[in-house]
Design a protein around this ligand. Structure first.
Ligand code: C2E
Ligand code: MG
Ligand code: MG
Length: 352
């Protein structure tokens, strides 16, 4: 029985300290951090389910506030947790219930105006709430580990779609797939990628893995090893949201990266925001000197596109061309776009 907040805090601190002890695992020094949520019976709940739900709420609150700490449940956290727990529970069945979908958004080569790639973006067709965007569930998928089966599904589905389009006679399009940090660090990630490609018999150069700066900055030796193995398979590697993560650029020298994707915050209103244009020009110059292709995401307007072209950005993606769309809508747009670019030819005025 615990009586006072001080006793409870002491127990939590002791557990944190014990879990924080470094240990050696396969000849590597490991450090684990933990987050503790506390709920007290009977104040915070009289039954197991309610106590667990509230302890969970407190734990997620700890994580939100920087992890490696503890927090006691306070009224007001419950909504967040029960909503969170419901989503997590429903998400567990989303794959089996066939509720996940990939939407597709084109990437356009700014020299030719041709569509050369497509990014796969996940959506959850929730039985009651309609289509949910990643912002509504990806974080929960990451916290719960569900991102691992979901990420595996995304890779296989992306490969299946490429095969289907090729079989239907469409020109082969490069497919960009977003990879979460947790998924990337799984021991079998490389073989997962390889299996998905082999199973659908597609050219590995049609798969482009979008990684974030935080993935590549973490534990550099292990990351380099994984990246090299992925390059041996033949897939392309892109840094997503480039410019928003850690500032060390030395990884660009060491890592076999093919492309940088300029974050959409730098593209926004670039025609009237000189500092955005300066940043975009700097990223493009960096890319050119390191022989990396540059794609700009979040291109919404003709004015933004015009500046990107003037800056000699290689490729662009954004609502200006097409919002992420279901496969059939994407193909209908693609065919119309191809006809339009053929008709107009390479007239200078054409904004694709
Ligand atoms: P991201 O990979 O940086 O994707 C770009 C996001 O910008 C997408 O949001 C896309 O719909 C949106 N977008 C595209 N063009 C425009 C534009 O012109 N204007 C504006 N305002 N937004 C634009 P979405 O689909 O909601 O995805 C959000 C994030 O969720 C993605 O950011 C990615 O980090 C993550 N995500 C999406 N699909 C997956 C997935 O299959 N696996 C994992 N691990 N993460 C995913
Ligand atoms: Mg992306
Ligand atoms: Mg991005």
């Amino acid at each position: 029985r615990v009586d006072t907040d001080e006793v409870i805090a002491n127990i939590a601190r002791n557990i944190l300290a014990a879990l924080n002890e470094p240990f050696v695992f396969i000849q590597k020094r490991m450090l684990v951090s933990s987050s503790i949520g506390i709920a007290i019976c009977p104040d915070d709940g009289a039954d197991m389910a309610q106590l667990l739900a509230r302890a969970d709420a407190a734990m997620y609150d700890t994580k939100k506030n920087g992890r490696n700490g503890y927090r006691q449940y306070v009224p007001g956290l419950a909504m967040y947790s029960s909503e969170h727990m419901v989503i997590e529970m429903e998400l567990r069945n989303a794959i089996d219930n066939d509720e996940l979908r990939l939407f597709y958004q084109p990437q356009i080569n700014l020299d030719s105006g041709q569509v050369i790639g497509v990014e796969a973006l996940i959506r959850w067709r929730h039985p009651a709430r309609g289509f949910l965007s990643p912002a509504q569930f990806i974080e929960i998928a990451e916290q719960s580990g569900l991102i691992i089966p979901i990420g595996g599904w995304v890779l296989r589905e992306a490969c299946r779609q490429i095969r289907k389009w090729i079989d239907a006679g469409l020109p082969p399009l490069r497919m960009a797939v977003n990879v979460s940090a947790l998924q990337f660090h799984q021991e079998d990630f490389v073989s997962l990628v390889q299996r998905a490609i082999e199973e659908h018999q597609i050219d590995p150069r049609l798969i482009e893995l979008e990684l974030t700066e935080s993935i590549v900055m973490h534990n550099a030796d292990a990351v380099l090893d994984t990246l090299k193995k992925l390059k041996e398979i033949g897939v392309l590697l892109v840094i997503d949201d480039f410019g928003t993560g850690f500032s060390s650029l030395s990884y660009l020298r060491r890592f076999p990266i093919d492309q940088l994707k300029i974050d959409q915050s730098f593209v926004r209103a670039i025609e009237k925001t000189p500092v955005n244009e300066s940043i975009v020009r700097a990223i493009i110059a960096l890319g050119q000197s390191l022989s990396l292709k540059i794609v700009a995401e979040g291109t919404e307007t003709e004015a933004e596109l015009a500046i990107l072209k003037a800056c000699q950005c290689n490729e662009a993606q954004g609502y200006y061309f097409l919002r992420p769309s279901p496969a059939d809508d994407f193909v209908a747009w693609l065919i119309a776009h191809q006809q339009m670019t053929q008709t107009i030819g390479d007239t200078q005025a054409c904004m694709f």
